[in-house]
Design a protein around this ligand. Structure first.
Ligand SMILES: [Zn+2]
Length: 261
């Protein structure tokens, strides 16, 4: 374990595991173990997909639902992370079509949804996870961090307290940005993407040394590439040396906190 010097640490480090669901139950366990080397369970946010690709539904009273409840009981912040995590929209806008196909391999579920459809999927995800976990969800994060304008409006409508994209964390009901800074993440889809994410993971932690906010996000696919797992471990140690590991909800000012009257 890395020796941490309280006096030299400043800023907050937020950790998250994406694509939590029964489809990737084993991978999520490995990622929780990896992040758990430096962080307690209540400082590892879980981004949960209610029905990954329409093939892995989370349902109440199943073993996976019980595990989710245990993680929430241990204090993990639970975020709704889309519904299907798959972009099944026929895009008419050429810019959106380009973004959907080339940036995310059609994983940007919310990039082209209408406000009605976005809102319906958000409400269903929130209701399902709150029922299983027995508490409010922490917020909503769109798959691939991609939001349409309509999706942004639907977030406020559904009363989510927190949302994030590649560059910001915000409070949807007020639109107030409460954190800024890039997310360090890895891509395992192709050799070129693996190599570029390994490079970024080497150079980014020193660049974030003085940052007030640093974020590290991991995905189930990361567990399939040993070099990525080693890179995550190295970056995690470096970022945790310079920052205090925190919770997303700790960024909310008291007057925006869901518990504020
Ligand atoms: Zn995802």
């Amino acid at each position: 374990m890395v020796e941490l010097n309280q006096d030299t640490r400043h800023g907050t480090l937020l950790l998250s595991i994406h694509d939590v669901g029964p489809r990737f139950a084993n991978e999520v366990d490995r990622l929780r173990d990896l992040l758990g080397q430096v962080a307690p369970a209540d400082k590892i946010a879980l981004l949960v997909v209610p029905n990954h690709w329409g093939e892995a539904p989370i349902t109440a009273k199943t073993p996976f639902a019980s595990r989710l409840r245990e993680w929430a009981d241990a204090g993990a912040e639970i975020f709704v992370h889309g519904w299907f995590h798959k972009d099944d929209t026929q895009h008419t806008n050429p810019y959106t079509r380009l973004k959907a196909q080339h940036l995310t391999a059609r994983e940007g579920e919310f990039v082209g949804l209408t406000i009605a459809e976005a809102s319906a999927r958000m409400a269903a995800g929130k209701a399902l996870l709150e029922d299983i976990c027995g508490r409010s969800v922490a917020g909503f994060v769109a798959p691939a961090w991609l939001y349409s304008i309509d999706t942004n409006n639907a977030l406020a409508e559904n009363g989510f307290s927190l949302a994030e994209d590649h560059w910001r964390i915000w409070h949807p009901p007020s639109g107030k940005v409460i954190g800024r800074g890039p997310v360090l993440t890895w891509a395992s889809r192709s050799r070129a993407r693996i190599m570029s994410s390994l490079f970024v993971a080497r150079v980014m932690p020193p660049m974030l040394r003085e940052a007030r906010l640093a974020r590290l996000a991991v995905h189930p696919g990361d567990t399939t590439i040993p070099a990525i797992m080693q890179s995550i471990q190295r970056a995690l140690a470096a970022l945790a040396f310079d920052h205090n590991i925190g919770r997303y909800d700790s960024l909310l000012p008291a007057d925006l906190h869901p518990c504020a009257s």
